[in-house]
Design a protein around this ligand. Structure first.
Ligand code: AMP
Length: 579
């Protein structure tokens, strides 16, 4: 594998990358054994593995026999010692020098996760493989990429380790940047914008750079679809200012960071003709429909993660994208990568991820319809069954062993002998009061049904989340909505509230609602901008905007987000669907 990566670093040859991928996936079982052997050999000295009595063994049977399944909580004390600067081999043989901050949108606060060169190598392999397949279907050459990427705050841990979000760690890495620039078309925005300290200012400049290079833009992307939507919603609000900057060649005073101003001054020159063209194009749009192809006429596709908690943004993305293809990006986490989208032509709703068998060791716990484990024992990568849902367990090259990532996935098929997974949901994001169980996906479907009603009044749901409220007796579901219309628009919103309630079709929920052991669903309308406040809150905690995922269910421990929501409620509706 090292040879392959060395080779890939010399020259980027997409067909060779695909060939290597085919070879790796043909023998996925053996490649997995080899990956595990390598992980355990490299880290045999680690205190954690010795504590569990592995004694240098590297075979899957001993590994599974000795090492327990764990969650992040079980490893927290080990990771904290690493962050505090103890450089004995704790989780890995070689000391960990960097910490990633997971977005933490599920738990309410970012988690520390070890990061090292091997994870960086995995990232390179994932990026190259995914790009090779994408480029085969949608070749791009010359031109530029309008990438809405942002750096998060980087800081030093108590022990002097660098800490930042995984995306920040990646984009700050010169090897990654070199690969990206060799492989892809260059970014529209200069580094000073990407790494700017204020994401509002960076976003404005990304938009400005995109418009300046509008004819050259071939790809529009971000890590998650949310950031693309966020960017174009912002454009709707600030376009006149952007146009005025382009026309006069003078950067708005809203940009105050000196390094960003300096970098932008090299790009921004007075261009009244361009300003006029952009104005005309925007004024000619109907409700911003087809905004992207109109403003960026040579765009080949839109790229970013569009699956899982990003699916609710697809409607809006399609609205902006017109007929442009939406290509959904790969599946990974701060804890490591999992799979690549090797079928970029599939629409986001059908996207699958082929697991790269050499980037970690993967196990799968079969789940039933309620996301409970069917069997306690996980199966190996090549033993999974098509159609079955599983919880995914990761062992990586950076000190995580048999780690429960918390995601549920479904096996849709195989690419050679490696499974193609569909992301189902975060396993712990469940709305539940008694015998009811509703996932992030169930919530999404319910919101989609109700949003359809709302769209008949030309209004849309900008964002949403939920909560189980057990302070009432009986407890009930609360859905928070920020919409584009008037939150006091009683009639239609009452209908939407009823529809939300009726659209949870899980038997446990329906029967509990009928006998009133779950109370009427409550739709709480929040002020415009509430979800931006939530985003700002996470960014303040060190999260990167490009890694942000709106928490779809807010647990009681997530006090600040609950407070933001509660403080911004303007109107509540209670369902009468079961009266
Ligand atoms: P973070 O570590 O903060 O980047 O969050 C990682 C989590 O994001 C994963 O465990 C998934 O739940 C989610 N995620 C990452 N990639 C995808 C994807 N392609 N589709 C759906 N969800 C994803």
């Amino acid at each position: 594998m090292v040879n392959m990566l060395d080779k890939m670093e010399e020259v980027f040859d997409p067909e060779a990358v695909i060939e290597e991928f085919e070879a790796l996936t043909k023998d996925a079982g053996e490649v997995q054994r080899e990956a595990l052997r390598k992980i355990l050999e490299e880290n045999g000295e680690a205190e954690y593995l010795r504590e569990w009595g592995l004694n240098g063994r590297t075979d899957p049977e001993s590994f599974r026999g000795c090492i327990p399944l764990v969650t992040h909580k079980d490893l927290e004390s080990y990771i904290q010692r690493i962050a505090d600067g103890q450089n004995s081999p704790i989780l890995t043989g070689k000391p960990i020098t960097t910490i990633s901050l997971s977005s933490g949108t599920t738990q309410g606060k970012p988690k520390f996760v070890p990061f090292n060169d091997e994870l960086m190598e995995n990232t390179l392999q994932i990026f190259k493989t995914s790009f090779a397949f994408r480029n085969r279907e949608y070749p791009i050459a010359g031109g530029k990429a309008l990438q809405f990427i942002y750096s998060s705050k980087q800081f030093m841990t108590k022990g002097g380790l660098e800490a930042g979000t995984a995306t920040t760690n990646l984009y700050r890495n010169s090897k990654i940047k070199k690969t990206l620039s060799e492989m892809q078309v260059p970014f529209c925005s200069p580094d000073e914008v990407i790494f700017g300290p204020d994401f509002h200012q960076s976003l404005y400049c990304h938009l400005l750079c995109g418009l300046i290079f509008r004819d050259q833009v071939q790809v529009i992307s971000s890590t998650f679809a949310h950031s693309i939507i966020h960017a174009f919603r912002t454009l709707e609000q600030v376009w006149e200012e952007l146009v005025s900057d382009i026309g006069g060649g003078v950067l708005s005073t809203r940009i105050t960071v000196p390094s960003v101003r300096l970098a932008m001054s090299k790009i921004l020159k007075p261009d009244p003709e361009l300003a006029d063209t952009i104005s005309c194009k925007i004024l000619g749009l109907n409700n911003w429909n087809g905004l992207i192809p109109e403003l960026f006429p040579n765009t080949k596709y839109i790229y970013g993660i569009m699956t899982g908690s990003m699916e609710p943004y697809l409607m809006k993305l399609r609205h902006y994208a017109g007929n442009l293809p939406l290509l959904s990006a790969d599946y990974g986490s701060s804890e490591g990568w999992i799979g690549v989208n090797v079928n970029p032509k599939l629409p986001p709703e059908l996207t699958t991820f082929a697991v790269l068998p050499n980037i970690g060791y993967f196990e799968f716990i079969p789940l039933d319809d309620d996301f409970n484990s069917v069997e306690p024992n996980p199966v190996g990568l090549t033993e999974v069954k098509v159609g079955q849902e599983y919880e995914i367990i990761v062992t990586n090259f950076a000190g995580l062993y048999r780690y429960r990532l918390g995601d549920a996935v479904k096996v849709k098929g195989f690419h050679n002998s490696t499974p193609e997974l569909q992301f189902v949901c975060r396993k712990n994001l469940l709305l539940t009061i008694n015998i009811d169980k509703n996932t992030e996906k169930d919530l999404q479907l319910s919101v989609e049904a109700a949003a359809k009603l709302l769209s008949t009044e030309n209004q849309e749901v900008i964002d949403f989340t939920s909560q189980v409220d057990t302070s009432t007796d009986p407890g009930h579901y609360v859905i928070f909505w920020e919409t584009s219309g008037d939150p006091n628009h009683h009639e239609i919103l009452q209908e939407c509230c009823n529809c939300l309630d009726k659209s949870f079709v899980d038997a446990g929920y329906m029967s509990s609602r009928k006998v009133n052991t779950i109370g009427a669903l409550e739709l709480r309308m929040v002020k415009k901008g509430t979800f931006h406040k939530i985003l700002d809150h996470y960014v303040g905690l060190g999260s990167a905007v490009s890694q942000f995922k709106t928490p779809r269910c807010v647990g009681p421990t997530n006090k600040i987000v609950l407070q933001i929501l509660t403080n911004n409620v303007v109107k509540s509706y209670f369902s009468s669907a079961y009266n």
